[in-house]
Design a protein around this ligand. Structure first.
Ligand code: FAD
Ligand code: NAP
Length: 596
């Protein structure tokens, strides 16, 4: 019923320059003097509707005007870097090699296929690719299908991991946890916060799920509006040009000249007794219909630390089980500071440990047996919830890839610098590709650039180097570029200079928050221009701080430029402009003064 009205609603949203919603009634008011009643969960999203991407869609006629290589003759170069010239050549990125491969051209077989392009997977990568392909004149279908989780049978709508069970619900729960902390701080700032505050888990879950549903709805409408045919079906290859879609109502065979595989991944379960029966994953957590309580979080990667962080902030009792190191792949000095900051907040870390079994007791609680991997010593504890955060598996199994001849490497798909698989007309983007960062903005940009190369005559390729990222732990950690150990590995310790410092966020003083782990560093070339190889920051709003510096680093930032940039005072980001002490000097990196 909602979708029947969707066209009207979206047209309405686009036509109105100002949209105001009441959080209680869901009444939308606008300058067009229209008032439309929509469900609350829709209104929450409409508030955030972005301006439409202004781009003229090629007419079907234009599609026919491709040259003999399949490239549209008057092709748009939007998104193109203007040919095969690599952008700024950063010393630790092999961009020349990346651009050495010519862009693959496809021969067009006219109307002999149902679609020009079938995208398998309606997540961040697939949707971006499908929409951009249509904008460039292609006939596109996008399949998306979510299998229920094995423990609780959790399912969700179109949009993929990020929207439904990833970045978005995670960030909202992180924010809920930060707000709880902020209320305590508010008392120190003079607010009368008399009552002991306590979160309502069910209300939080409901609010988060309402937002997700609204995004699902807007996504469906957007696909329809942009003329991407959305097929809610599980795709598997019959051959390299034919796909079988398993739908609720039966099966459908469809063909395409080109395929993009964007099926992403799902959480892994450990191979131990009780893991699947009693443990949950991030796929279940954000819609859990009971309070998580005392929770064992197994895994110390992004997901493990982030979930443990917000659970603690919401008043529950998480314990993190670490098999080897914390945040593998990240700068280990920073990773250990993040772990220490979580321990300081009362989150225990069970180091060098792996789970052995999970048993359900008569009282419903979960008995977890585990062992220390170094001493083999066994121990056990009882939890309300066991959360597996031990990495994600690429969803290659359902695709029947051997039928298409596509090669797989460790449940991922290897691709070249153009996201091309070993099969001429099949590409892959997003989390499913082998050896690249599993992040939403990476998936989106790679998908969009691929579509522009396939249908818009563009040549720009995805640059997977120097991707900035944030770990949303209670004290956040964001970075871009090389870790200190990676810089040392690539250039040698004698050629690296590390500028570092602890700092005290102004707003931490009044509530007397711990500043012990507020730390940042710039890893740079020691001689010459002192080019910056990596920036690392632990502190408030880390992602917001690093995002702009990421553009600077990609543009060839040097230490000289950094320290001659005038800071914005009083912020924590300005600390990057105040970096003066090198690790090599051995001087004390703790700050002596605030404003001079
Ligand atoms: P997905 O979004 O997983 O989409 C793939 C879609 O294809 C899914 O809907 C899947 O069900 C469907 N599918 C699979 N097989 C088939 C088939 N055979 N037929 C049809 N459909 C199929 N990244 C960030 O940048 N920032 C964050 O803060 C962040 N937080 C995260 C938090 C969590 C808890 C998790 C799990 C991930 C997080 N990520 C974050 C990572 C981010 O979510 C992923 O990198 C991103 O969603 C990958 O997009 P994708 O399109 O490749 O895959
Ligand atoms: P991850 O970062 O790969 O971490 C997996 C963790 O589980 C590691 O600590 C690993 O330990 C441990 N582990 C693996 N197998 C185990 C086993 N059998 N028993 C015990 N521990 C085990 O994976 P993730 O945290 O699940 O995240 C998946 C991806 O999602 C990430 O790579 C990231 O790109 C993306 N993501 C991004 C964000 C963000 O941008 N903020 C947030 C969440 C997720 P070892 O080190 O010993 O292998």
């Amino acid at each position: 019923m909602i979708l029947c009205n969707s066209k009207i609603s979206v047209t309405f949203v686009r036509q109105c320059s100002t949209i105001l919603t009441s959080p209680h009634t869901g009444i939308i008011q606008n300058r067009c003097s229209l008032t439309t009643r929509v469900p609350n969960w829709i209104s929450s999203s409409l508030n955030c509707v972005q301006p439409t991407y202004q781009r003229t869609m090629n007419s079907p006629g234009q599609r026919e005007s491709r040259d003999s290589t399949g490239t549209p003759s008057g092709g748009s170069s939007i998104g193109s870097s203007g040919g095969a010239t690599p952008p700024f050549q950063h010393p630790h990125c092999d961009r020349t090699a990346m651009y050495a491969q010519p862009v693959r051209k496809l021969s067009t077989k006219g109307g002999s296929y149902d679609y020009d392009l079938i995208v398998i997977g309606g997540g961040s990568a697939g949707l971006a690719c499908a929409k951009e392909a249509v904008l460039n004149g292609a006939r596109v279908a996008c399949l998306d299908y979510v299998k229920p989780t094995p423990t609780l049978g959790t399912k969700w709508g179109v949009g993929g991991t990020c929207v439904n069970v990833g970045c978005i619900p995670k960030k909202l729960m992180h924010q809920a946890s930060l707000l709880g902390e902020a209320v305590h701080e508010a008392a120190a700032y003079g607010w009368n916060v008399n009552e002991k505050i306590k979160p309502d888990w069910n209300k939080l879950v409901q609010s988060v799920q309402n937002h997700i549903k609204s995004v699902n709805w807007v996504t469906r409408v957007d696909l329809r509006d942009k003329k991407v045919e959305y097929i809610n079906g599980l795709g598997s290859f019959v051959d390299s040009h034919t796909l079988l879609a398993k739908l609720k109502s039966g099966e459908r065979t469809i063909t395409a000249q080109t395929f993009v595989i964007a099926v992403g991944g799902r959480p892994r379960y450990p191979d131990i007794p009780g893991a699947v029966e009693y443990g949950i994953t991030s796929d279940d957590l954000f819609s859990l219909d009971r309070e998580p309580g005392k929770t064992l979080v197994v895994g110390a990667g992004y997901i493990g630390l982030e979930c443990a962080g917000f659970l603690k902030g919401l008043g529950y009792e998480p314990t993190v089980m670490v098999r080897s190191i914390v945040l593998r792949g990240f700068d280990q000095q920073m990773a250990e500071l993040v772990a220490a900051s979580m321990e300081e907040r009362g989150i225990p870390f069970l180091r060098k440990s792996v789970p052995l079994s999970v048993q359900k007791q008569d009282d419903g609680k979960l008995l977890v047996k585990y062992k220390n991997v170094e001493t083999d010593e066994e121990a056990e504890d009882v939890f309300d919830t066991v959360l597996w955060a031990i990495g994600r598996k690429g969803l290659v199994d359902d695709l029947n890839l051997p039928n298409a001849g596509v090669t797989v490497q460790k449940d991922k798909i290897p691709v070249d610098s153009q996201e091309a698989t070993n099969v001429a007309n099949i590409y892959a983007v997003g989390d499913i590709i082998y050896g690249k960062p599993e992040l939403t903005p990476v998936a989106v940009l790679a998908g969009r650039l691929l579509a522009r190369r396939l249908y818009g005559g563009a040549t720009q390729r995805m640059d997977y180097n120097d991707v900035a990222t944030t770990v949303f732990t209670p004290l956040e950690y964001a970075c871009v570029g090389l870790s200190e150990e990676e810089a040392v590995k690539q250039y040698g310790a004698d050629e690296i200079e590390v500028f570092h410092g602890y700092y005290k966020p102004t707003e931490f003083f009044i509530p007397q928050k711990s500043v012990r782990y507020c730390y940042l560093k710039a890893v740079a070339e020691r001689h010459g221009d002192q080019r910056v190889y990596g920036l690392h920051y632990i502190g408030p709003v880390a992602g917001e701080v690093i995002q702009g510096f990421a553009a600077a680093l990609k543009s060839g930032l040097t230490i000289n430029t950094l320290i001659n940039t005038v800071g914005i005072h009083p912020t924590t980001a300005e600390e990057f402009t105040r970096l003066a002490i090198t690790k090599r000097s051995g001087l004390d990196p703790t700050p002596a003064s605030c404003c001079s």
